[in-house]
Write a protein that binds this ligand. Structure first.
Ligand SMILES: [Zn+2]
Length: 218
């Protein structure tokens, strides 16, 4: 019993650095595993989620870099405000502290959110497999938007539009597909009479591949 108490005290001390202000319930295994790994100095083994990418995958950043710049800035800001870890897995992710303002308030329903190549995750990173499917969806959406933007910019150029109009013709479909695409899936699910979130075809795909998860993720 004494060693258990010592362990809990150590967890409490280490946990403070990670935003864990009270010892999690023992049934909360993923948090215990994460904190114990931090204490022992061993990184928590993570499941193999994706195969390593071929070099050609990096071409993707030609059509995602604009949204990725915004993504990385948001992730770094979240890291500074409420994060406890920053890591790369098909993108830049911030792991939020176990207890922090978003998790206790407006973010308490969610396990993670993908912006494009990266995003935010609750402490424990349980939502990561789910979010990585959203990364794939976002990449494809950005490629479609980029092609449509290029075509409309070329048409604008040949019809004598100003450079400013050509830039708009490029950017509206390109960045617009990133900003609007996910919300369009919610609207269409609602119009079908389904729950906007769980009925979204993007969520249906991500949940179908990570069925064991109970928490909701964006
Ligand atoms: Zn999702």
């Amino acid at each position: 019993m004494a060693s258990s108490e010592t362990q809990k005290r150590d967890v409490r001390n280490v946990g403070k650095q990670w935003g864990v202000t009270k010892v999690p319930r023992e049934s909360d295994e993923s948090y215990w595993a994460r904190i114990t790994a931090v204490m022992s100095g061993k990184p928590q083994p993570e499941p193999v989620l994706v195969q390593s990418r071929p070099k050609r995958w990096w071409l993707t950043f030609i059509w995602t870099w604009q949204a990725d710049l915004i993504t990385f800035l948001i992730v770094l800001l979240l890291r500074a405000l409420w994060g406890c870890a920053l890591f790369w897995r098909d993108g830049l992710w911030v792991e939020l502290k176990y207890r922090c303002w978003p998790v206790l308030t407006w973010y308490k329903r969610y396990g993670g959110t993908t912006f494009l190549h990266g995003g935010m995750l609750r402490f424990g990173r349980k939502a990561l497999p789910h979010e990585l499917h959203h990364v794939e969806q976002g990449e494809a959406r950005m490629l479609a938007g980029f092609i449509l933007g290029l075509v409309s910019a070329v048409i604008a150029l040949h019809s004598g539009s100003s450079i400013m109009h050509c830039i708009f013709a490029l950017e509206v479909p390109w960045l617009g597909s990133w900003l609007v695409g996910y919300f369009a899936s919610l609207a269409q699910a609602y119009l079908r009479g389904e729950d906007p979130y769980r009925g979204s075809h993007l969520e249906e795909a991500a949940y179908a591949l990570t069925e064991d998860e109970q928490e909701e993720h964006l």
